[in-house]
Every structure is written in structure tokens, then in C-alpha cells.
Design a protein around this ligand. Structure first.
Ligand code: SF4
Ligand SMILES: [Zn+2]
Ligand SMILES: [Zn+2]
Length: 302
């Protein structure tokens, strides 16, 4: 039986509590609202772009933000999608995402690698690590298009699992500076060069989101990028999933202990000054930004 009412349970939380569908929806939405409130992710008169991939996480964020703010005329929502050019994956997400946005009257901007960089990801990955190329280019496009859309925040579907993986990856790669830019809201302070990223699903696990998205009918099937299996992240993901299975609560512990040291990391990072890429003039920590370095490696026009 559900812990809160006499109905049959559909989900067991990592604390052992069991919830029926209705109580699970309430638990999920309450926790997301709390994250938004406690970390001040959305403020009065915010204009927000939601980075949508067409997957369960980003469409859940879009749906929840839409439901919370649809009556609030001072908060505007837009959707921003990057089409990397991954056959059999991204192209299949585009039509359902268009439909999803149309039903909610949310304007959707689609930006493709093909148009921006004159190639599809599929054309350039041979002999390379697809995610290293793709991640850098996508991050750069999301920031530059969020600025073009003149939004104040960029909401992403990052969840507890993603964050736990990134924290561990940064530790394994001795890249602590990058961890200072994590947290429910990225960036240490407002800066004209960056649109701050907000992660309303920060404390929700991938399993919880999958259950929510499926039961709510937000997605009907779960697609996975064909390149994901090869990635470093995927190995860390599998390792953490194994640990979670053996020691439930591991991912929560990683993220909550990280949140305790985050202010110290941010304080340290604040000392570094933002530079601008000498090629494209976008913000960068080096003379040449990662996007231009990747494009240079690919020997393709910028
Ligand atoms: S899994 Fe890698 S290649 Fe696929 S969309 Fe994500 S970053 Fe890009
Ligand atoms: Zn119940
Ligand atoms: Zn550059």
C-alpha cells in the first residue's frame, strides 16, 4: 500500500517509502518546486529558454516550468533545441518536440550543426570521441543562442545522476575548477558573456524522472544517443549505478556532500578572470575557446 493513502504503490523511493501514482506526482513536483524556490532558480520577470533534446529530462523540465508559470504573464518560456545531426536519434526527436511545444504554445528555436558549422556530427566522428566534439559544440551554441534569444536563464534537464557523474568525472580527471561551475544554478555571478544555467531537476534521480515522464505521458519511448555507449561518462554512469544498487543513496550522498564544499570552490574560482576567445570573441578561459579549438582540429571553417 502507498505510504500516504490506500492506493497501490507505483514507485519506491530510495528511503524505502512507497508511493501511488498521485502521491508520486505530488512528491516529484513538490521537490522540484522546492529546488526552484530554495536556490532562487526563477525570479520575477525572468525570461527562460529551456534546452530541449526531446528526451525525458528536458521535456519534463519544460512541462513542469510550463505548468508552474503558465498563468504568470511575467515569466516567459522558450525552447531551444540543438540538432547535432545524429541519424536515427536526434532526427527522430524533432517532430515529437515540435508537437510538444506547439500544444503548449511555447516558441521553439532549432539550431543545427549543419547550418552553424557546415557538417553533421555523424560526418566527423570517425576516429574521434564523439562526445568530446559534440559536448563542446553544443555548450557553445546553447550559450550563444540563449544570448540571441535574450533570455536571462537557460534551463536544462540535468538530474541527480548527471551531476553525481560529473562530480566524479571531474575528480578522476583532476579538474576541480570545472566543478565550481556545477550546482543547481551555474555561474558564480551574473555576467554578460554567459547565460546562467538552471537545473530544476537537480535533486531528482534518473529513475524518478523516467517514471514521472512515462506515467505523465511526456514521452512514449526512451531514445539513447548511439554514441553514448562509447563515452567516459557512460563508464562512470555504470560504475555509479552498480554502487547505487549495492549501497542505495550513494548518488544522493555524492551530490549532497558536494553541495557542502561548492561555496568554497566558487570562492576560489571567483579569482579567475573571464577572457574572450581571440577567434570568435566568445567567453573563454584560454586565448582560444574550446569550440574554436575543436573546429580547428576538425579542419573545418569556423
Ligand atoms: S551522447 Fe555524446 S554524441 Fe550523443 S548527444 Fe550526448 S554528447 Fe552528443
Ligand atoms: Zn498515495
Ligand atoms: Zn572561439
Amino acid at each position: 500500500m502507498c505510504n500516504n493513502c490506500p492506493k497501490n504503490p507505483v514507485y519506491k523511493l530510495h528511503s524505502g517509502e512507497q508511493l501511488c501514482q498521485n502521491c508520486f506526482f505530488k512528491y516529484f513536483e513538490k521537490k522540484v518546486r522546492k529546488t526552484i524556490r530554495v536556490y532562487k532558480l526563477v525570479e520575477k520577470k525572468d525570461e527562460i529558454a529551456v534546452a530541449v533534446s526531446g528526451g525525458k529530462d528536458s521535456l519534463t523540465v519544460l512541462d513542469i516550468l510550463y505548468n508552474i508559470y503558465k498563468e504568470n504573464k511575467k515569466i516567459t518560456l522558450k525552447a531551444l533545441m540543438i540538432d547535432e545531426g545524429i541519424k536515427g536519434y536526434r532526427n527522430e526527436c524533432i517532430a515529437p518536440t515540435k508537437k510538444f511545444c506547439k500544444e503548449r504554445k511555447i516558441p521553439l528555436e532549432i539550431v543545427s550543426y549543419k547550418k552553424e558549422f557546415s557538417f553533421d556530427l555523424d560526418q566527423v566522428v570517425k576516429g574521434r570521441k564523439p562526445c568530446s566534439v559534440c559536448g563542446v559544440l553544443r555548450r557553445s551554441l546553447l550559450n550563444s543562442y540563449a544570448k540571441k534569444l535574450q533570455v536571462k536563464k537557460l534551463a536544462t534537464g540535468h538530474n541527480l545522476d548527471d551531476e553525481a557523474q560529473t562530480i566524479i568525472m571531474n575528480q578522476f580527471r583532476k579538474n576541480i575548477g570545472a566543478s565550481a561551475r556545477l550546482g543547481p544554478m551555474t555561474g558564480i555571478e551574473d555576467h554578460e558573456a554567459f547565460v546562467r544555467r538552471i537545473k530544476p531537476l537537480y535533486f531528482m534521480s534518473e529513475k524518478e524522472i523516467m517514471t514521472y515522464a512515462f506515467l505523465k505521458g511526456i514521452v512514449r519511448e526512451f531514445n539513447e544517443c548511439p554514441y553514448n555507449k562509447e563515452s567516459y561518462r557512460n563508464q562512470v554512469r555504470e560504475m555509479l549505478n552498480n554502487f547505487e544498487e549495492l549501497y542505495p543513496g550513494t548518488k544522493h550522498s555524492i551530490v549532497s556532500s558536494f553541495m557542502e564544499i561548492l561555496p568554497a570552490l566558487q570562492k576560489q574560482e571567483k579569482k579567475g578572470k573571464i577572457k574572450y576567445c581571440m577567434k570568435c570573441k566568445e567567453p573563454s578561459s584560454q586565448d582560444v575557446c574550446q569550440k574554436c579549438a575543436v573546429l580547428e582540429q576538425l579542419k573545418l571553417p569556423q
